[in-house]
Structures are given as C-alpha cells and as structure tokens.
Design a protein around this ligand. Sequence first.
Ligand SMILES: Cc1ncc(COP(=O)(O)O)c(C=O)c1O
Length: 330
Amino acid sequence: MDPARATPHAPNLTVPSTVLVHLNGQLLPHDRAAVSPFDRGFLFGDGLYEGLRAFSTGTPHHPHRIIGLNRHIRRFQRGLDLCGIHYNAALLAPITEHLLAANHLHDAFVYWQVTRGTPDLTSGPVRSRVMTSPHPPTVFAYLSPLPPLDLTSALPAAKRAGCQRDLRWHLGHIKSISLLGNVIPAIAAHQAVAADEALLIRAMPDGRRLLGEGTYTNVAVVRGNTVRTPTLTATSILPGVTREIMLELDPAIREDEITEDELRTADEVLLIGTTTMITAVTHLDGHPVGNARPGPHAHRLMRLLCDALRENREDIPTPTPAPAPHGADA
Ligand SMILES: Cc1ncc(COP(=O)(O)O)c(C=O)c1O
C-alpha cells in the first residue's frame, strides 16, 4: 500500500454482527431499530448530528474519555436551539456511556442524531414544511469501533485531496444531516484524483475564490512558519471542535481568508477533525504538497493535540444545568 495513503483510521477492525444502538430511549440491536418513513429526518433531512471519538485512557477508574465532549454538546445544543428542535443535548452523554458499556467498547466513533421527529399523521399533510402539532424528536446514537489512540507516539496521517466548488448553503455552522452538498464533491474528487477528501472552494461575489473546509474536515494551510485556517464566516463553515481545540492550543494559528491560490502554493495543507485529528494532505489534485510527506507543522500540531488529550486539557468544563423553573418537572 502506498504509505502516503495509509491512515490510522482505516483499520481491519471487525465490526460485530450485532451492534447495540440507542433509539428513542431504548437500547436495541441495530437490525431491530426502526424509524418511521415519515420521520422528518428521512423525508426532509430535518435534523442534526454530531460525530465524536471515545478513546481508552488505560486507567481503571475512567477507562475511556470522549474528546471534547462538552464542546460537542455545546455545538449540538446551539444547532438544535437554532433549528427549534427541542432536545437537551446533555442527555447524550449518559446515553453514550450506556452504549459504550453495552457494546464493550472504549475506542469508538460515536454518532448522535436528533431529528424533528415523526408528525402525527392525523394532524395534517405529512409533508407540511411547518409542523402543526408538537412531536417528540427522534433520538438515535450508535458506535463503531476504532483502533486505540497511541497518544505518546501517534504521527499525522497522510491523505490525498482534490478541490471542488462549494455549492452549499450559508448555514455551515449548523451540523445538518442534509449532507448531499458534501457527498457530491467528495464523490467528484474521488473520481477525479482518487482523493480521500474534497477541499471546498467558494466563488465569492467579488470574484475571489476562497477555501472553506473539507467535506468532513476543517483545513489549515502553512507557509513558512505561519499556520492559517479559514474564518468561520467568510464562506460559512462548520465550527469544528478539533479546529476550536487547536486554536486554543496554538494561539499563533491565524483565522484568515485563504484564497485557492494560497492553498495550491502552500508548504503544508492540514486536515483537522475528530477522527482525522491532524492529517497532512500530501497530494492536491494529483500534485505533491511540499515534499509529499507530513511536514513539520503537521507533526508539531499532532503532538500538541495528543499531549492535550493525554493530559485531559482539550475540553471545556461541564456546564452547570440551569435551575428548573419553579414547579417544573425535574
Ligand atoms: C463539513 C465538516 N467540517 C469540519 C468537520 C470537523 O469537525 P470536528 O472537528 O468537530 O470533527 C466536520 C466533521 O464532521 C465536517 O463534517
């Protein structure tokens, strides 16, 4: 296998034939978990998701942690509130613990999805854009196993990327389950240059072409000793949890508008994300980036991240729950 294409997250892990998933308060074998075809997530993509990573710590009392758990809860809650989907995202923390225990996993990708739910069929047309009666949201979570993280000596992985036009909406901060705008460029870049990730370029009204993010990662570009990552607002991108962590760990990283030309002439191009961690782009549209190997900043930032994870420094404190209004149910 071409070492430039090796990734630490493409293992030959055996996924058990039955996975226990969480659906609407129940723990179920995945093949018994059923959602109505009238669920708004299925019909409209009317829902949000989060992708997290649990990793084993090697300590008996806390055998695993979830990277940036409270940051994920905060981002999810903001998205749910913005969309008017009524759900307390903090409930997903104990649900995830339950799932990890039930599936006997410490190292896993963790997926949460909450949709606006399934309308009551007697309350109006099922495809009514506006919900006419209140429905409970649909809450789904599953895990898939990942190899353990080696936080003392993990190296940045290496991937190929290709540029594609960003044709998505302007609400990139909402982690919508409607991912067609990400799937189409990912497939196109894969078909064009065998890319593992598509880097999305937005054509701006003033004629500039700006780098936004990948289809499942944030991006940083390096020139000399300057590391820059696109601003959240210039092209409307996801406030990635890992991006947020890296900006705190290395305050020298600049948030900036980055043109396609700057991307194409960078010394290093980095992908940043929950399972991606810090990954070097070694080829962009088939051309080598730098010397086509993970460069010094990829190594440095990967080390910063792994050290913070090992020392439990990457998260924010658990928010204290707001007191229940007088007389309200707990
Ligand atoms: C479009 C997009 N950008 C960036 C990211 C990285 O975000 P995070 O660091 O929270 O995983 C993701 C993750 O799924 C994503 O889908």
